[in-house]
Design a protein around this ligand. Structure first.
Ligand SMILES: Nc1nc2c(c(=O)[nH]1)N[C@H]1C(S)=C(S)[C@@H](COP(=O)(O)O)O[C@H]1N2
Ligand SMILES: [Mo]
Length: 501
């Protein structure tokens, strides 16, 4: 064994790090050109999310909120890079074990990618390429140093760094124009006018108070919640929606089939079960789509099927009560959101929307399958992870403005309240320990949307606590009992402390 090695351990670690980063970049490029979800770090993060114990993921999400995914992918990136540095270090003295470790690392990535729902064996390729690049890089570095070559360090740095940077640049380009660049497909869709337009609540839908959420949430501001590390990129030309399970005849629809059907347009507020009191995981949009009840009726649903399982292109599932789909509410397969084709982040090309249910049991994005089954025979994604089977959305109200400061005198206090499908019949505000004061309510066309509320407050200098509560369309006052989001949604009153000067 060569003991008079000219390169220091530190140089070897750096070479291992650099070779690994270059490999990751090449893997990323290969994924961008084929299937973005198969990128090594993306696939690894997805796999971690799939296997990590429930308690750990709940703890992590509680700790860092919606930064969970960026943090996970960054953490894994650092971990893989550190492993690369370690492999470089090991290679200096013991090349064979180091080679084996590198192959193993690449295989872990390959296995993670190939086993992701909706991906196949080909998804292993980016990780295999990443491993090959890192392997080749270290092999080259090794050859130069064992040959006692000097001046190779700089060349290695330039080549490995160059390969990495070029691959990252090319991936960025591929993301815009390659197979991943589905924006062009989306732009090319001309949404037809709805056959059954939404009932417009009129100008009284929006108080237009500064700081108050607008009645319709612009797509760019609409909250996004899903398990996807890399958003599924669905090819609309080959996309189909399959209806199967407990039905008389299986059915498959293309995107054009949907476009050619009777299109309904509805304002529906979507809410996430993991929204905290006062939180912003809720939004209201005007959806365009086809009636879910009509679509399912064509397949002939077995009356014994009490659960509709909707599945996405990345294997996520939601289970909704079939009864609610057929009770006359505007459940739909949506293809448009606020006058545009569905944004990629919100489910392009099609998603499910069922008024009155939280997103985790109804709002499947990147929808590919509707399966009629029973609750006894199948538990959907979040049900197997400690969340409740479907229950009605809890009545909630939120103070949007003011949030912390106000000037003395007349202050507009305003916010939104929601209890989808039941609607909101009253909202009241309490200042400090005072009486509950009724608020003015905005106009709504249905109970499926949130409702703005507004009240004028004569604010005196000092610190004040404002508390809001709503009453739903059935006359039920929002409960004061405070409960966390698990397992079926938070309860309790939203209050803010305002300093008036
Ligand atoms: N494919 C897929 N669809 C999904 C999810 C998901 O993780 N994957 N999350 C659901 C949850 S929990 C919510 S609250 C809504 C959020 O929809 P949005 O991101 O369009 O606001 O999408 C639902 N649809
Ligand atoms: Mo959610």
């Amino acid at each position: 064994m060569d003991t008079t090695h000219p390169a220091s351990p530190r140089a070897w670690a750096a070479a291992g790090l650099l070779a690994t980063l270059a490999g990751l970049a090449v893997g990323h490029l290969a994924a961008a050109l084929t299937e973005p979800r198969s990128a090594p770090l993306s696939a690894l993060s997805d796999a971690v999310i799939a296997v990590v114990p429930l308690e750990v993921s709940h703890w992590f999400i509680e700790l860092v909120g919606t930064a969970d995914k960026p943090l996970l992918i960054t953490g894994l990136g650092i971990g893989v890079a550190a492993a690369g540095a370690g492999i470089g270090l090991l290679w200096r003295a013991r090349p064979w074990p180091a080679r084996a470790a590198l192959v193993l690392l690449a295989l872990v990535g390959a296995a993670a990618a190939a086993t992701r729902p909706g991906l196949g064996a080909a998804a292993a390729l980016p990780s295999v390429l990443a491993g090959a690049v890192a392997f080749g890089g270290l092999q080259w570095w090794d050859g130069r140093y064992r040959a006692g070559e000097s001046g190779g360090r700089r060349r290695f740095l330039v080549v490995a760094g160059g390969v990495g940077a070029a691959a990252l640049g090319a991936s960025w380009l591929a993301g815009r124009v390659g197979p991943a660049g589905i924006e062009a497909d989306r732009d090319a869709v001309a949404l037809p006018e709805p056959d059954l337009p939404a009932t417009d609540p009129g100008p009284g839908a929006d108080f237009e108070v500064e700081g108050l959420s607008s009645y319709r949430t612009p797509n760019a501001d609409f909250y996004r919640i899903d398990t996807a590390i890399t958003v599924p990129r669905v090819d609309v030309d080959t996309w189909t929606l399959r209806v199967h399970g407990m039905v008389d005849r299986e059915r498959t629809y293309t995107f054009d089939d949907l476009l050619g059907r009777e299109l309904i347009e509805r304002d529906i507020t979507l809410a996430c079960v993991s929204n905290q009191i006062g939180g912003d995981l809720v939004g209201n949009a005007r959806w365009l789509g086809v009636s879910l009840a009509d679509l399912l009726a064509e397949a002939g649903v077995d009356p014994a099927a009490d659960q509709l399982v909707s599945r996405s292109s990345d294997g996520w599932t939601a289970g909704s009560p079939a009864e609610l789909v057929f009770d006359g509410r505007d459940a739909m397969v949506a293809i448009g959101m606020n006058g545009e084709p569905l944004p990629v982040d919100h489910g392009w090309p099609a998603r499910l929307v069922i008024p009155g249910l939280y997103g985790y049991v109804s709002a499947t994005k990147w929808l590919t399958e509707l399966e009629l089954t029973t609750f006894d025979s199948y538990d959907a994604y979040w049900i197997t992870r400690g969340w409740s089977t479907p229950r009605p959305i809890k009545t909630a109200s939120r103070i949007d403005t003011p949030r912390s400061k106000a000037g003395a005198g007349t202050v507009a206090v305003a916010g939104v309240a929601w209890a989808q499908h039941r609607g909101i019949s009253a909202v009241e505000l309490r200042v400090d320990d005072g009486e509950w004061t009724p608020c003015e309510l905005s106009d709504v066309a249905t109970g499926d949307t949130w409702r703005q509320w507004l009240v004028e407050w004569d604010a005196s200098p000092g610190e004040h606590t404002l508390t809001v509560r709503a009453t739903d369309g059935e006359g039920e006052v929002q409960t004061e009992v405070s409960q966390g989001v698990i397992p079926d949604g938070a309860t309790g009153y939203h209050s803010v402390t305002v300093t008036v000067d």
